[in-house]
Write a protein that binds this ligand. Structure first.
Ligand code: SF4
Length: 194
């Protein structure tokens, strides 16, 4: 300590110096935080609940999208019965599914024997799927089978199978299995069981 400074003068000058260092830091932190808080207020954010499609656990997610429909945030759905808000690291790749420039947004169809893909409408695709399911079912429907020389009614088709995916929730699966059984399907599976 300089002999010219008393203990009181030294403490006073030290506090002023420290305050001078701290003050700009605190001010810049406040302004940075202010900018972060303002950011979402200038953007239109859409929020939706969905299911992570990567594995058979089927964790619930909440995704946020900007005005172009790009996913800008995804987090665990705290109200979802499976994960209660938690997610594993794989889930951070979910925005790529929507935002990737390689994502196909239109139906691509390759006719039997063809080496070319054709672009088709969704209406065309749905109609084709319905028509092919009906044609196959009608051609292969079995009303009865012989069991111990007796005809037993089965009303089934064994030429079509139904496979559910991890992004189907319990309600989706319930409806899908009701529909499948109603047209005579007996081979029903789900990714979560495979
Ligand atoms: S967050 Fe992880 S555990 Fe949950 S469904 Fe996605 S990949 Fe599976």
């Amino acid at each position: 300590m300089s002999p010219q400074l008393s203990r009181r003068q030294f403490l006073k000058s030290s506090l002023l110096a420290t305050g001078g260092l701290l003050l700009p830091a605190t001010a810049s932190k406040t302004s940075a935080a202010g900018e972060i808080r303002k950011f979402p207020l200038h953007k239109k954010i859409g929020e939706a609940r969905t299911v992570c499609p990567y594995c058979s656990v089927g964790c619930g997610m909440v995704i946020a999208t900007d005005e172009k429909g790009h996913i800008i945030n995804c987090e665990g759905d705290s109200e979802h019965i499976i994960n209660r808000g938690t997610l594993d690291p794989k889930s951070v790749a979910v925005p790529q599914l929507s935002n990737s420039p390689l994502r196909l947004k239109k139906v691509q169809y390759r006719a039997p024997g063809s080496d070319k893909w054709e672009e088709k409408s969704w209406d065309w695709a749905v109609e084709q799927i319905a028509k092919r399911i009906k044609d196959t079912r009608d051609k292969t429907f079995t009303r009865t089978v012989k069991v111990a020389d007796k005809d037993v009614t089965v009303n089934r088709t064994e030429t079509i199978a139904w496979l559910g995916g991890a992004a189907n929730n319990s309600e989706d699966c319930y409806l899908a299995s009701k529909f499948a059984r109603s047209i005579g399907l007996v081979w029903l599976e789900h990714q979560a069981r495979i």
